[in-house]
Design a protein around this ligand. Structure first.
Ligand code: SDX
Length: 433
């Protein structure tokens, strides 16, 4: 982990008593005040519901500058990776900290490829779900159940088993997501094909049928690969923090990733891509936009503009910028011109970004605003949008999990609270209540 050398000291005075708190400086971003000894020294907790100002860990994987709208993976800007790299190379970068040589990349890709099939017995798990089950419900269940099938990679104290579990999860998530989709549409499962690249393989597992040949459209597989890259990792977001907290108890990696999938599902997080496209469809036409903007601004209306706003980005989400270009490209190359949903999205973005409410609250389109338009054009139902996010984010969850497990200072996460409940009182028998 980073060498936390004290650069400055913060002085805290409570009831006339002064406490010195060490301050560490990161390579990028704000300094941090170390409050680990505060409770022991001053008998007080810090208070930060939602962790808006709390650094829960050291990390060297991803850095976001919310004001500049910058996203770095091991120092490499996301727009360069999206343009010049590809998803499995980004996976290597996130996992091992450096861009691979050609030989290292070839070895990594063949290791992932040789783990793409799912244990045959796991097919029966899918049959336990209703056909109309949300694919995210299936993914939470099936990924968690991997703990019951891959016993030789659940011991987190064994580096070799950790490595195998990481490769298995990256390799099998597309297979599981595709199976969840096939199950929902009543089509037979399609096995992975090892002669295809990661994104092409996912598309063929989703859209090919035994009754005819299937040619992967290179435009779609390039767009699919780029969508995976744009969703790969994002610092200590809610689902990553869930994976870290679950892993801190020593739970096996499959159970922890299942917890991350469950958290990602929420509409405030990874579920926003599905909610955003459904919102754009509900708006339907450009003339309806003002009504929805008014609702988003109305304090008494719980409606929020899905795909807008972010805890960290107070400027454009760089991923949204790349996604917007990609949406234009893909629709154009597919010959889908004046797509009504894309028109509504662009007009909504334009109107919102000139509205004082959104300007003042620094609300910009996030990664979920345009992704749904591309996925929809590819033929995915909205219910598959968040599973695709989960496929991509698995490498981020695993990389952060690996970083935490390998940290000798790791301890179980256990936040405290500001208790505002009843003080101690005696039990009252029911006849006396
Ligand atoms: C992801 O953390 C990550 O990195 C996540 C992610 C990743 O890659 O892992 O980037 C992926 O989850 C992207 C976000 C997807 N979610 C959505 O698009 C849902 C809509 N967005 C909002 O729910 C909201 O913006 C959040 C949840 C994303 C962020 O919420 P915060 O940081 O807790 O901000 P907030 O809710 O305190 O809002 C601040 C103000 C509030 O108004 P006030 O109470 O100050 O008057 O802005 C308003 C909010 O009402 N606001 C919105 C809004 N988002 C915030 N108003 C209308 N529409 C919105 N979308």
């Amino acid at each position: 982990m980073q060498d936390n050398s004290v650069t400055k000291t913060a002085k805290l005075t409570i009831d006339g008593k002064e406490f010195d708190l060490p301050i560490y400086s990161p390579t990028l971003g704000p300094d941090v005040i170390d409050v680990r000894k505060l409770y022991a020294q001053a008998n007080v907790f810090t208070y930060d519901p939602g962790f808006t100002s709390t650094a829960a860990t050291d990390s060297s994987i991803t850095f976001i500058d919310g004001d500049k709208g910058e996203l770095l993976h091991r120092g490499y800007p996301i727009d360069q990776l999206a343009e010049k790299s590809h998803f499995l190379e980004v996976c290597y970068l996130l996992l091992y900290g450096a861009l691979p040589t050609a030989l290292e990349l070839d070895d990594f890709e063949s290791r992932v490829t040789s783990h793409t099939m799912l244990h045959e017995q796991m097919m029966y798990l899918f049959r336990g779900f209703r056909r109309d089950a949300h694919p995210m419900a299936i993914m939470v269940g099936v990924v968690g159940a991997m703990s019951a099938f891959y016993h030789d990679s659940t011991d987190i104290t064994d580096p070799w088993q950790r490595e195998v579990a990481s490769i298995r999860l990256i390799a099998k998530m597309p297979t599981i997501a595709a199976m969840a989709y096939k199950y929902s549409v009543g089509q037979p499962f399609v096995y992975p094909r090892n002669n295809l690249d990661y994104a092409s393989n996912f598309l063929q597992m989703c859209f090919s049928v035994p009754a005819e040949d299937y040619e992967v459209n290179p435009i779609l597989s390039r767009a699919m690969d780029r969508i995976f890259t744009l969703h790969a990792d994002h610092e200590q977001n809610a689902s990553t923090s869930t994976v870290r907290l679950a892993s801190s108890s020593g739970a096996n990696p499959f159970a922890c990733i299942a917890a991350g999938i469950a958290c990602l599902w929420g509409p405030a997080h990874g579920g926003a891509n599905q909610a955003c496209l459904e919102m754009l469809r509900e708006i339907g036409t450009v003339d309806k936009i003002p009504e929805y903007i008014a609702r988003a601004k109305d304090k008494n209306d719980p409606f929020r503009l899905m795909g807008f706003g972010h805890r960290v980005y107070k400027n454009f989400d760089p991923r949204a910028k790349v996604m917007k270009q990609s949406a234009d490209e893909v629709l154009d190359l597919l010959g889908i011109h004046d797509n009504p949903t894309l028109q509504v999205a662009k007009e909504l973005e334009k109107i919102a970004l000139s509205d004082p409410y959104f300007i003042e609250k620094k609300l910009y389109p996030n990664v979920d605003f345009y992704s749904g338009i591309i996925l929809d054009a590819m033929g995915f139902p909205t219910s598959m949008f968040t599973p695709i996010f989960a496929v991509a984010r698995t490498v981020g969850w695993i990389s952060q999990w690996k970083e935490m497990i390998e940290d000798p200072a790791m301890k179980i996460g256990r936040p405290r609270q500001l208790y505002c409940g009843a003080t101690a009182r005696d039990y009252v028998d029911v006849e006396n209540r």
